[in-house]
Structures are given as structure tokens and as C-alpha cells.
Design a protein around this ligand. Structure first.
Ligand SMILES: O=C(O)C1=C[C@@H](OP(=O)(O)O)[C@@H](O)[C@H](O)C1
Ligand SMILES: C=C(OP(=O)(O)O)C(=O)O
Length: 427
């Protein structure tokens, strides 16, 4: 479905974004392993996390809707062998976390996904999980899904992440809950730490020492309610929209401000963005607060490569900001973006060119020369990727824009375009 967004003259207002996708996936998984009933409060109900809900139901958890919340009756560590394959659809996080979790379970499991997910690398979890004792096979020797997995009989290993990936770290920590001995993940570069925070929330074994994260076999643990903060990655679209649109001020409330997620704020600040944020709650668990963004005269910057894992899903919307900035923005460290839902480096370059922006693309970097062609009538090509659809809808907003296959946004944010239009209407 094509969607037309008229030119935005001003964006004004405040909003709450849907629940955090990473925390929702993990909350559903851990509550399904817990004993008794617990609620996930304000979870994300979108394509990716509904795939997790269905997978955990197929593994025997009882999950029911309660208004905006979900009530989960867990299995108490032993999941059920499902009768059919588990379809992770578009969700990379789900497939990799399930590979880890099911490696620790007795039984036979098959994981598949949509065309995009079946092209994404799975050897990054298959190799270390095999070293722990799991049997995992798949296309091209286990590099691609469908994956066939037989779990049980694990032993702990120490594993240094070859690429910064919270999904791989989390897969190994979940497997480690069922392994003999200690499982240690060493992350040379920090990545999002939601799994570690949730292990603490549920009282699961966890020890951290600098870059080393350790876990070991758990006993049964009781369910506990969990509040899901607003998703910073979803908030990021509105922040950049306000920065690049004249006469704008947008405030996002109740949003997660976990420092392992908010690298974008630092980069936007360095670009001259008028941005303010404040942590208001969540001392233990996840920090939550408010972010305000106002129209700003942005300038190009050289992004610090070490920040990329702390803003890995925000690079498309950073490119949207760079398109409207004065001067050049250089973004290094992008090799992981090549293996997301789409090749995001290529998708970003394509959509920037549609705005008349000059862009140079390297194997793992982008150089963006700020300057949108006046009078451009951009058409966004999402490449079957939710973040690309939303980021470039934002990039074209001051001009008016046509978004092809806009429904891809429903993977992480079903109400995105309505929420965006709500800010115009008030403008
Ligand atoms: O652990 C997670 O919830 C996620 C980790 C990141 O992926 P990688 O672990 O592949 O970097 C991110 O891109 C994804 O959207 C969610
Ligand atoms: C990369 C993403 O998700 P996943 O890896 O779970 O598909 C994303 O949401 O941008």
C-alpha cells in the first residue's frame, strides 16, 4: 500500500510510543520459563513481538490479553516440544534468542522465518551453541534458516563475541541457564544490556565483570510483573522529524533511556540538535523518561565508530538528519547493517539519492553530503524493511513524500503513520 504524506509545515505535540521491542521479546520468553503467572505491562504488540507470543504459546506458555497488557502463565523451566515448526517471520531477535533458549531444552525444534530472515546469518549463534553441545543444522551447514535443533546436555563455555551483537550475547546467556558449569560471554564492545537487567529482575544467575558476563544453571524462579518502557528506537523517528521540520517541538514521554540504546542522542547533540532529556523513573530495571526535540540548524559530523552498537537501529534515521544538515556526515562501522532486515547501507543510499542528496557508500561506511534538492518529490522504497520505511518517511516530511509498501512499519510500530499525522494536525 502506498501512503502519501503532505508537506509538514510544523510538528507540535507530545506522545507516547509503543513498548520496547527488545524488552517485549525477552519479557515474553522469561515469563514463559517462570513459575506461575506474571504480567507484561504495556508490551509492544507488533509483527515481531506477536511472532514471539505465538512461538511461546506453541512451546506451552499460556498467554492472554488483558487490555493493553499480556498475562503469561509460565512452564517453570520445561517447555513443550511443539507440534510444528516455529515461524519467527521477520524477527531476527526472536530466531536467535530461541536458538539459545531451545538449545537448553530436551526435544526437537525447527525454526523458520520469512524471505528476509532466511537470508540473515545464523551461524553466529549456531557455532557457539554447538560448542556448548547443542545439535543445530540448517541450510549451508547451519548458516541460514530453516534451522533444525535438538537441545539438551549443554556445558558452559567462554565465548568472545566476534561481532558486537546483543542477540548472540542473549542467546548464549539463555542457553547458559540450562548448561553445566559457567557460561561466559565477553563483549569487547558494549551492546544493549536488556537481558542482563531482566535476569536481575527475575533473580536469575548473573555476574558481570567489565566486559565479561557470566551465568549458570538456574533453579525454578517465580513470575514477576514487568513494565515495558516506550521504545527509544521508535521515539527516534519523531525526534529527527521535529529537528528537520520548521517551527516544531515534539515531546516523547515514558520512553526507555537505557544508555546502551541512546547513542543517537549524543550524535544529534554533536550535530547541533536542540534536544533535552530527563530520566524520571526506573532506578532498577530500565531507566525511563522524557525527550524534547525542537527544530534545529543541524551540521554534519564524523560519527564515532564505538557509538554504532549503541544506536544500531537508528542509523537510518540518523541518515535522514544528515540529509538536512549543512556539510558532510561520515558514519563508519556499518558492516552489521548489511545483514539486517534489508541491506540497510544500500537502502539508505538509495533513499537519500531519491531526495537528491549526494551519498558515497563504502563496504561499511556512508558519507552523506547534506542538502536535499528543493522541489524533490521523494518516493520511499522500504526494501521490505520497517526502519527504512519510517526513517525515510521522516526524511521526506518537510517536502511531502510517498511511502511505498508503508505497511512494513507494522513490524515494530503499527500506529506509526497515525501518530506522525497527529503531530501535524496539531501543528
Ligand atoms: O537484542 C536485541 O533485541 C536487538 C539487537 C540488535 O541486533 P544485533 O544483536 O544483531 O546487533 C538490534 O539490531 C535488534 O533490533 C534488536
Ligand atoms: C534489526 C532489527 O530487528 P531484528 O534483528 O529483531 O529483526 C530492527 O528492529 O531494526
Amino acid at each position: 500500500m502506498d501512503l502519501l504524506l503532505p508537506p509538514a509545515k510544523a510538528l507540535r505535540g507530545r506522545l507516547r510510543v509503543p513498548g520496547d521491542k527488545s524488552v517485549t521479546h525477552r519479557g515474553l520468553i522469561l515469563l514463559s520459563l517462570a513459575e506461575g503467572e506474571g504480567r507484561l505491562l504495556y508490551p509492544l504488540k507488533a509483527g515481531d513481538t506477536l511472532s514471539t507470543l505465538r512461538a511461546m504459546q506453541a512451546l506451552g506458555a499460556e498467554i492472554t490479553e488483558e487490555g493493553p497488557h499480556l498475562r503469561v502463565r509460565g512452564r517453570g523451566l520445561r517447555l513443550k516440544e511443539p507440534e510444528d515448526v516455529l515461524d519467527c517471520q521477520n524477527a531476527g531477535t526472536l530466531m536467535r534468542l530461541l536458538a539459545g533458549l531451545l538449545s537448553g531444552q530436551e526435544g526437537f525444534f525447527v525454526l523458520t522465518g520469512d524471505a528476509s530472515l532466511r537470508r540473515r546469518p545464523m551461524d553466529r549463534v549456531a557455532l557457539p551453541l554447538r560448542a556448548m553441545g547443542a545439535q543445530i543444522d540448517g541450510r549451508e551447514g547451519g548458516r541460514y534458516a530453516p534451522l533444525a535443533l535438538r537441545g539438551g546436555g549443554l556445558r558452559g563455555i567462554s565465548y568472545t563475541l566476534p561481532v558486537p551483537s546483543a542477540q548472540v550475547k542473549s542467546a548464549l546467556l539463555l542457553a547458559g541457564l540450562f548448561a553445566d558449569g559457567v557460561t561466559e560471554v565477553v563483549e569487547p564492545v558494549p551492546t544493549r544490556d536488556h537481558t542482563e537487567r531482566l535476569f536481575r529482575h527475575f533473580g536469575l544467575p548473573l555476574e558481570t565483570e567489565g566486559p565479561r558476563i557470566r551465568t549458570w544453571q538456574t533453579g525454578p524462579f517465580p513470575a514477576r510483573d514487568l513494565v515495558v518502557p516506550g521504545d527509544f528506537s521508535s521515539a527516534a523517528f519523531f525526534l529527527v522529524a521535529a529537528l528537520i521540520t520548521p517551527d516544531s517541538e515534539v515531546r516523547v514521554e515514558g520512553v526507555g533511556l537505557n544508555p546502551t540504546r541512546t547513542g543517537l542522542l549524543e550524535v544529534l547533540k554533536a550535530m547541533g540538535a536542540e534536544l533535552e532529556w530527563e530520566v524520571l523513573e526506573g532506578e532498577e530495571g530500565e531507566p525511563v523518561g522524557t525527550i524534547t526535540a525542537r527544530s534545529s540548524a543541524l551540521k554534519g559530523v564524523e560519527v564515532d565508530e564505538g557509538l554504532i552498537p549503541l544506536m544500531v537501529d537508528e542509523v537510518p534515521v540518523l541518515a535522514a538528519a544528515a540529509a538536512w544538515a549543512e556539510g558532510e556526515t561520515f558514519i563508519p562501522g556499518l558492516s552489521e547493517l548489511r545483514v539486517k532486515e534489508s541491506d540497510r547501507v544500500r537502502a539508505i543510499a538509495h533513499n537519500l539519492r531519491a531526495l537528491g542528496v549526494e551519498v558515497e557508500e563504502g563496504p561499511d561506511w556512508l558519507r552523506i553530503k547534506g542538502g536535499v534538492r528543493p522541489g524533490a518529490t521523494p518516493v520511499v522504497e522500504p526494501f521490505h524493511d520497517h526502519r527504512i520505511a519510517m526513517a525515510f518517511a521522516v526524511a521526506g516530511l518537510p517536502l511531502g513524500v510517498r511511502v511505498r509498501e508503508a505497511e512494513w512499519a507494522t513490524i515494530s510500530y503499527p500506529g506509526f503513520f497515525e501518530d506522525l499525522k497527529g503531530l501535524y494536525a496539531a501543528g
